[in-house]
Design a protein around this ligand. Structure first.
Ligand SMILES: Cc1cc2nc3c(=O)[nH]c(=O)nc-3n(C[C@H](O)[C@H](O)[C@H](O)COP(=O)(O)O)c2cc1C
Length: 337
């Protein structure tokens, strides 16, 4: 159990924030499967300030997702503070400041991982968000800008002095983006020096591994990103490899229905958005290639469901080869609106 201000978080593992993935429908699914809490995708404070409807819409959620954390990013102190007030009106439990996004458009403009180069400013942001929103504030960081600037202990110190309530650490530098391996020893070092809860993040593949990392490095919670796409089973004891196809299919349909409800439209908008999840759900299941191709071009929901129902597969999910997510990163789906 983790206490963040007056918010209690139960559980050991949670879905890491992912632009284009961790929207309300998928948060509902992962919460039901055991994710300890929910993070929104990162939302631009510039866009919130000018009332961009698409950005505001990224803060829509349903009660069962709680505790819900709204993640924001920005480089201008006043804008960030003002946007936190707009965010707070929608009643999240916690506001999180993104200090980890490595995408150039974000980090080279001083926001996301760009804040690692100016941790004093980040500290002022944390303090300002807290005062203005009245909510607990957390931050998601990387280890530093690059290997010559591993300033994570300084970042910890500044953020703690600014009243941060917890910090999640992706164990890479901004320069690494998603290459190499996350440095869990550094995450453990941060935890050993911290007075606030620390969430560890980076390269965790399974629930069992998350529990192992938690124990080994002492972190309060583990966040899973890429391995959770199309795989909500990663938040529970039974790995996807052991799940029957019929169950996978029923989760696919449940997720699709949630998306249809959440993104109502007269066209195939929700179905098109759902495709990236669908590809991941069926990865390594032995799903027939020709049907996959057909499903990815279908624009009618009824036809999609009928075609999916027509697939008969061995009930056992046999292939255990590694899911290759290495090519997927924050840039894959990021929309900065
Ligand atoms: C598609 C994608 C989108 C992401 N978007 C965000 C984001 O909006 N906010 C954030 O803090 N991190 C974002 N990340 C980073 C993840 O939260 C996580 O820190 C990173 O993927 C490492 O964890 P993993 O190895 O479990 O994937 C994103 C990652 C991916 C792959």
């Amino acid at each position: 159990m983790v206490r963040i201000g007056n918010v209690t978080i139960e559980g050991d593992v949670a879905l890491s924030p992912m632009a284009g993935i961790s929207d309300s429908p998928y948060r509902q699914i992962t919460k039901r499967f055991g994710s300890a809490f929910s993070y929104t995708e990162f939302v631009s404070t510039e866009q919130l300030k000018i009332g961009n409807a698409k950005s505001l819409d990224m803060f829509r959620f349903v009660e069962m997702e709680r505790p819900i954390v709204f993640q924001i990013f920005g480089s201008d102190l006043d804008t960030v503070i003002q946007a936190s007030e707009i965010a707070a009106e929608r009643k999240p439990d916690i506001i999180d400041l993104n200090m980890g996004c490595s995408v150039s458009k974000v980090s080279h403009n001083g926001s996301g991982a760009g804040l690692l180069k100016n941790v004093r400013l980040a500290g002022k942001m944390i303090e300002g968000i807290r005062n203005r929103s009245g909510l607990p504030v957390t931050a998601k960081i990387r280890l530093g800008w690059d290997s010559s600037n591993l300033n994570y202990l300084e970042t910890l110190n500044v953020l703690e002095n600014s009243g941060v309530s917890a910090i999640s650490v992706h164990g890479r530098t901004k320069a690494m983006a998603y290459t190499g391996l996350a440095d869990w020893n550094a995450i453990g070092e941060i935890k050993s020096r911290a007075n606030v809860p620390i969430y560890g993040n980076g390269d965790v593949q399974t629930y069992a591994e998350a529990l192992e990392k938690k124990k080994m490095y002492g972190v309060d919670l583990v966040l899973i990103g890429r391995k959770a796409i199309g795989n909500p089973w990663v938040f529970g004891n039974i790995p996807k490899q052991l799940v029957l196809w019929n169950e996978i299919k029923s989760v696919i349909l449940e997720h699709l229905d949630l998306m249809l409800d959440f993104y109502p439209s007269n066209d195939d908008y929700a179905l098109v958005l759902f495709r990236k999840h669908f590809i991941k759900y069926i990865e390594n299941t032995g799903f027939p290639e020709d049907t996959k191709r057909k499903l990815l071009s279908i624009t009618s929901v009824d036809a999609f469901k009928d075609t999916l129902e027509s697939v008969k597969m061995d009930s056992k999910f046999l292939e255990t080869s590694e899911i290759n997510n290495e090519m997927m990163n924050c840039e894959t789906f990021v929309s900065l609106a």
